[in-house]
Design a protein around this ligand. Structure first.
Ligand SMILES: *Cc1c(COP(=O)(O)O)cnc(C)c1O
Ligand SMILES: [Zn+2]
Length: 448
């Protein structure tokens, strides 16, 4: 069976197509973004139960390359790539767990967290980067003049690019906004041998520069305007449905910045529907930080107009983006999925992350934004207590320990409602016993 895929312009009036091994990020005739299209007729020749069985057999196996959450769905992602050119660290396949206690606090019975941070470089960016770097390896093997791969990043994209390029033996270049990412995020590309360029600007400023330096075909662009990334990231929606034995949840909540990921989520779910694996679609919520909320503002205007903004400094640093490159794709997704956009203040996102941690999570601030949006939508009775809700947790909390330290040291510019301060004590048994008695009494009183 031969499956085919290609780039297609997202502009309805254009629809120009390009081969996947062309070095192209925007349509040459109209300038719009591109998306990867698949030969759906060929894919439809295998029936829905056939695809389900195939995907289930491969899930988390050790079979190259199908044990990867992405390459287990190779036919739907990048069917024509040679297995030898795939650069995979067996990413994806992350746990989807029942957030029993957090759900109960909100009166929800069926709340789930998809922990995308439990993948190789600690964020969902792996899902797209394995696809992009694999395609680059294939193009280099076919003689393309690519010398390096570059991206602008708010931290996680650069970490993923650096580690996949290191695994492939390809040089990576990352442009980071100076002083605006966490230490853990900065050390990842440094450790993986990337050329790390620290620019005194924000993400949007880095993005402008990287688009200029990648005009030369020897440096390939790895930002999510490159739709190969979105192709890999779309497996998250497919994987969630598969983990529920092909049942569709009622809601999926996802934090959004550049808006590639929500577009990807929608793309995967539509493919499931179009190939008959599911009959209905979930509703999608995009959660934004109030300080970087251009999509939320456009949503309030019913998406009739869009205005880029100067993003303000937010703890949710990976979504501190004022001019999202995938805005149009995201609006299309939100319209198709009866979507909602919600926002969270710095205090709301921090408290939500900390409250989640108290129930056994270990949240990054972006997941905090999504959890804060969930809390608001339950309060407003938009989300019904009986409905099944999935929150996409986009990165591992261990990448954002400064955020957590400052919260628990009560060093934020707002009170930390759920701060948990270590108790300083002399190394004497009596002192420890006394302190424990007091603390445990306080805890017991707090519970009643
Ligand atoms: C990149 C990123 C996001 C935002 O994804 P977009 O595709 O830019 O909307 C959210 N959370 C984390 C942790 C990220 O790294
Ligand atoms: Zn076009």
């Amino acid at each position: 069976m031969s499956y085919r895929s290609w780039f297609q312009c997202i502009n309805r009036n254009c629809r120009a197509t390009y081969r996947l091994n062309e070095i192209i990020y925007r349509c040459r005739s109209c300038g719009s973004l591109l998306e990867v299209q698949h030969d759906m007729n060929a894919l439809a020749r295998r029936d829905a139960p056939g695809w389900m069985k195939l995907f289930e057999e491969r899930m988390r196996s050790n079979r190259w390359p199908y044990g990867s959450g992405i390459w287990g769905k190779k036919e739907w992602v990048l069917p024509e790539i040679h297995d030898d050119n795939i650069v995979s660290l067996f990413e994806g396949g992350t746990n989807l767990f029942w957030a029993e206690r957090f759900g109960k606090m909100l009166g929800l019975k069926d709340l789930w967290i998809k922990l995308c941070g439990n993948t190789h470089s600690g964020s969902f960016k792996d899902l797209g980067m394995t696809v992009l770097v694999s395609q680059v390896k294939q193009m280099i093997s076919e003689g393309a003049p690519i010398k390096a791969v570059a991206c602008a990043s708010t931290g996680d994209t650069s970490a993923a690019l650096a580690v996949y390029c290191a695994a492939a033996g390809i040089q990576s270049i990352v442009l980071l906004p100076k002083g605006k990412i966490s230490t853990a995020q900065l050390i990842q590309p440094i450790a993986n041998g990337s050329l790390v360029l620290s620019l005194d600007t924000d993400f949007d400023g880095c993005m402008k520069v990287v688009q200029e330096i990648t005009k030369d075909e020897t440096i390939y662009l790895a930002n999510s305007m490159n739709s190969l990334r979105v192709e890999g990231q779309k497996t998250v929606g497919i994987e969630i449905v598969q983990q529920f034995d092909w049942e569709v949840p009622d809601w999926i909540i996802i934090p959004g910045g550049n808006l590639g990921n929500v577009s990807a989520l929608g793309g995967g779910l539509l493919m499931l529907r179009d190939l008959g694996l599911i009959k209905r679609l979930p509703r999608i919520v995009v959660a934004q930080a109030e300080r970087a909320n251009p999509l939320y503002r456009a949503y309030l205007r019913n998406f009739e107009s869009f205005e880029a903004m100067q993003a303000q400094k937010t703890l949710a640093s990976a979504i501190q983006i004022g001019n999202p490159v995938s805005y149009e794709k995201a609006v299309r997704t939100l319209r198709e999925f009866n979507g909602i956009v919600e926002q969270a203040t710095e205090e709301e996102l921090s408290d939500a992350a900390a409250l989640g941690d108290r129930t056994g999570m270990f949240n990054c601030p972006h997941t905090g934004v999504a959890l804060a949006a969930l809390i608001k939508l339950v309060k407003r009775q938009v989300i019904d207590p009986a409905q099944r809700v999935v929150v996409i947790s986009t990165a591992h909390g261990l990448k954002f320990t400064e955020f957590k330290v400052r919260y628990h040291e009560q060093a934020m510019e707002f009170p930390s409602q759920y701060a948990n301060k270590p108790i300083d004590l002399p190394p004497r048994v009596e002192a420890v016993k006394e302190a424990l008695e007091q603390a445990l009494r306080r805890e017991a009183q707090a519970k009643v």
